[in-house]
Design a protein around this ligand. Structure first.
Ligand SMILES: [Zn+2]
Length: 209
């Protein structure tokens, strides 16, 4: 093959490969690997069929108003993507306290995420209408006990886990996030890029029952 044609063919095959990889990546964002299920689940289908419309939001500790708790590390402080909820008693006084779902929704993740996360529960909520859904996701990190299963529907105020300290790695607290992008996975907990995340307290106060 003459050199210019060879170069052209190389360029075209490169473009085709890039297109295929991009297509694969784009589609895979909408598939969650279901750890407790043997098959991959289409998240969009699952949500459409099972995710209830939320009738309002409460705080994840001391509901409805976080009575007895305070936010020790607000959203945005040190590039924090969530809020760290602690009992007012300080130290590990809140270890084992119940953590509650902030609204009706469906559990999309309930597992040990290892590393700095420990046990994590993520719940998707519909703040739109049944036939015109708008999804947000809440994340509850460093849980001691997990009381729900993946793909279970939950009610606002339902206990979903307990406050943990990652076997002494932290003082007990709940790391809590709310996302408007439900395809972020567990994420990093800290980032300069807050795209897809919202300030949890402000969101809850704007969406009371
Ligand atoms: Zn945190």
């Amino acid at each position: 093959m003459p050199a210019p044609i060879k170069a052209f063919a190389f360029l075209i095959s490169g473009l085709v490969l890039a297109f295929l990889v991009l297509t694969l990546l784009t589609n895979s964002q909408h598939i969650v690997q279901a750890k407790t299920f043997p098959v991959e689940i289409d998240l969009e289908d699952l949500l459409k069929n099972k995710c209830p419309v939320a009738d309002g939001f409460d705080f994840p500790v001391g509901p409805p108003d976080a009575k007895g708790y305070y936010d020790a590390q607000p959203f945005g402080a040190n590039y924090h993507l969530g809020e760290d909820w602690n009992g007012k008693g300080g130290g590990n006084s809140d270890l084992g306290d119940y953590v509650y779902s902030i609204a009706d929704g469906i559990v999309v993740y309930a597992n040990d995420a290892k590393g700095g996360w420990g046990n994590v529960v993520r719940i998707v909520h519909n703040i739109g209408a049944q036939n015109n859904p708008v999804y947000v996701e809440s994340l509850y990190g460093h849980l001691k006990d997990v009381l729900v299963n993946q793909f279970e529907t939950v009610k606002r105020g339902q206990a979903i886990g307990t406050i943990g300290n990652l076997d002494g790695f932290y003082l007990a607290h709940l790391h809590f996030e709310i996302r408007t992008n439900i395809y972020l996975g567990n994420g990093m907990g800290y980032s300069m890029n807050t795209s897809g995340y919202v300030q949890p307290t402000a969101f809850i106060k704007a969406h009371r029952p």
